[in-house]
Design a binder for this molecule. Structure first.
Ligand SMILES: [Zn+2]
Ligand SMILES: [Zn+2]
Ligand SMILES: [Zn+2]
Length: 256
């Protein structure tokens, strides 16, 4: 399976507009974070998790040619506002399947009302085939990619984390319910939300993320949805073995 981190930044992106802190002025490319998104390639399938507000830039940067499916974690602007930019793929390949839970679909249909209740017909609109995912109900993408949607809690909002074979992607959460914990065991790679070192009401922070990692024992963990409080080089040294801050453009290409 090949994972490409298209974006690893918190909702504002890093640098944050108007900020002159050490991270926002850093010349280390690992301190420049677009909004979170990951691309998964396995068994001939290419799957995108979240159409971030930076999707167009991410797709161009990584020379994205096509997508087989889009999975949405939840309907917050940083995860969904790039949806309109799937259109060039629609022009080439036709409609694209998009999966989200019922709660997210309610908001997506409202925000993108012009897509789902068009006032005109013809070219120019995203062509979306809507699929509803339910936590705990697995499905497959092609013959080799098994997907298990799992529920995590983001403040008061249930968010979908996705497990793909022995890789799981869990962003935007401050709590993992006990029934989801079992779905996140025996992982080769876990990508986990981790905003910063200081605690936060709707996201994990380093100490809390490490507690979950100690219990779940994935072989490797990459932290994502990172704020400008984290300076990549300096702060990476503070993490234990097997845990790293992800960065934009990081590719994991491995036998899992
Ligand atoms: Zn977010
Ligand atoms: Zn800053
Ligand atoms: Zn969110």
């Amino acid at each position: 399976m090949k994972l490409t981190f298209l974006g690893t930044g918190t909702s504002t992106g890093v640098p944050s507009i108007g900020c002159e802190c050490e991270t926002c002025t850093s010349v280390d490319p690992r301190d420049q974070r677009l909004r979170v998104s990951v691309l998964i390639e396995h068994g001939g399938q290419t799957v995108l998790v979240d159409t971030s507000s930076d999707f167009r830039q991410q797709a161009l940067r990584h020379k994205l040619k096509r997508l087989d499916l889009v999975l949405i974690t939840h309907c917050h602007a940083d995860h969904i506002f790039g949806l309109d930019d799937i259109r060039p793929l629609n022009f080439r390949y036709g409609s694209l399947g998009v999966c989200a839970n019922e709660r997210a679909w309610k908001d997506i249909r409202r925000i993108f009302q012009y897509v789902f209740e068009p006032t005109y017909f013809g070219g120019g609109l995203p062509q979306v085939v809507a699929h509803t995912v339910v936590a705990g109900a697995p499905f497959s993408i092609g013959p080799d990619l098994r997907v298990m949607p799992l529920e995590v809690i983001h403040g008061r909002l249930p968010v979908i984390a996705y497990r793909f074979n022995d890789f799981a992607y869990a962003t935007d959460l401050n709590e993992i319910p006990p029934e989801t914990m079992d779905g996140l065991r025996d992982l080769d790679v876990l990508v986990l939300d981790c905003l910063r070192f200081k605690e936060h009401p709707t996201h994990l922070w380093v100490d809390r993320a490490l507690e979950y990692i100690r219990e779940l024992k994935p072989r490797r963990t990459y932290l994502t949805h990172i704020a400008h409080d984290v300076l990549h080089e300096r702060d990476s040294a503070k993490l234990p073995d097997g845990v790293e801050f992800a960065y934009d453009g990081l590719v994991i290409n491995d036998e899992f």
